[in-house]
Ligand binder design. Structure first.
Ligand SMILES: [Mn+2]
Length: 321
């Protein structure tokens, strides 16, 4: 087992946060995980030091994750955790903090920003670009830190790189963990997303599909009360934009993209109205129909039982003031 393992999320913020971690701890192994597999991945990682970035704790797993972290700490192993998701009500912030060697958490910034700010002194100044890419990609660039730093650089070049990474990973070619590890290594060395061979072309392909998708959503979006939705429309990995386009074409505040899976319905929610707190809406409406939901204020999701979709929409309509 390597000395240090980085466990991070495979979305752009996770990739960027992981790259900042790798810049700080060169030679680490980079491993991707997600909230639902975090417990098992943590369990199977035996490195003396683990850096976790951008991974939410699920309500269900949080207590046993804290237990596992405590055990690691007692046996002299360290775990550093940088995150910006809600702390689930099944654990306390204090118990989580005391089970970690370092806990950097804020709901107000991206994981990339949080880890970069923590290690600023140990990193080349230009590495702040990665933090900004992660922040912008996660819609978390409206922070004092990001606002001020964006002024130091050419904003259009920053956004070009953000688009490359956000769109580029939507193609199969760059959707694998191996490809994402290559991206993390390039960024950690001081490269940009556009330096990864083939990545800009991949982003171009993705943006074409996104515009085609818009035409499809325009055709297929429906609404119920204040909620616009598309259900079981092929969204090619663009579930967020599909939900947003549904809101846009139906002129609604809230848009939903729903996919029927084998045993449940997968819901993605986006809004054009930033006064709505989608994570709260998702959590409450899903819970009311026997599912679970959460995420961020402007980007959330839920899993609900099959057959509960209509009731879920009714619940959302009740919740939106
Ligand atoms: Mn994030």
């Amino acid at each position: 087992m390597p000395e240090t393992t980085i466990l991070t999320h495979a979305d752009p913020d996770g990739i960027c946060a992981g790259a900042v971690a790798l810049s700080r701890f060169p030679g680490s192994t980079v491993f991707f995980t997600r909230p639902t597999s975090f417990y098992s991945d943590l369990f199977h990682t035996e490195s003396r030091s683990i850096v976790v970035t951008d991974i939410a704790l699920t309500k269900q797993d949080a207590p046993r994750i804290v237990g596992l972290l405590k055990k690691r700490k007692q046996s002299g192993m360290e775990t550093l955790y940088f995150d910006h998701h809600i702390i689930p009500p099944t654990i306390s912030r204090a118990s989580l903090r005391s089970s970690l060697s370092l806990y950097v958490h804020s709901r107000e910034a991206s994981a990339s920003e949080l880890i970069y700010r923590h290690y600023t002194k140990d990193l080349p100044r230009e590495r702040v670009w990665i933090a900004l890419y992660g922040a912008i990609a996660d819609y978390a660039d409206d922070t004092p830190f990001a606002r001020e730093r964006i002024r130091n650089w050419d904003r259009r070049a920053l956004f070009f790189e953000v688009s490359t990474i956000s769109l580029g990973i939507k193609n199969e070619e760059f959707a694998t963990y191996d490809a994402k590890r290559r991206i993390v290594r390039t960024l950690a060395r001081g490269g940009n997303p556009s330096d990864v061979p083939g990545f800009v072309r991949s982003a171009k392909k993705a943006v074409n599909r996104e515009f085609e998708l818009y035409e499809l959503i325009k055709d297929r979006a429906q609404s119920l009360g204040k909620v616009a939705y598309v259900k079981d429309v092929p969204s090619f990995g663009f579930r967020g934009p599909s939900a947003l386009f549904a809101a846009t074409v139906r002129n609604s505040r809230l848009g939903i993209c729903a996919h029927t899976r084998e045993r449940y319905v997968d819901i993605t929610m986006r809004t054009r109205d930033y006064s709505l707190r989608l994570n709260t809406l998702a959590d409450r409406a899903a819970e009311a129909v026997g599912g679970s939901g959460g995420g961020h204020a402007a980007a959330a999701g839920a899993k609900i039982p099959k057959g509960a979709f209509r009731k879920f929409l009714d619940e959302l309509n009740k919740q939106i003031k």
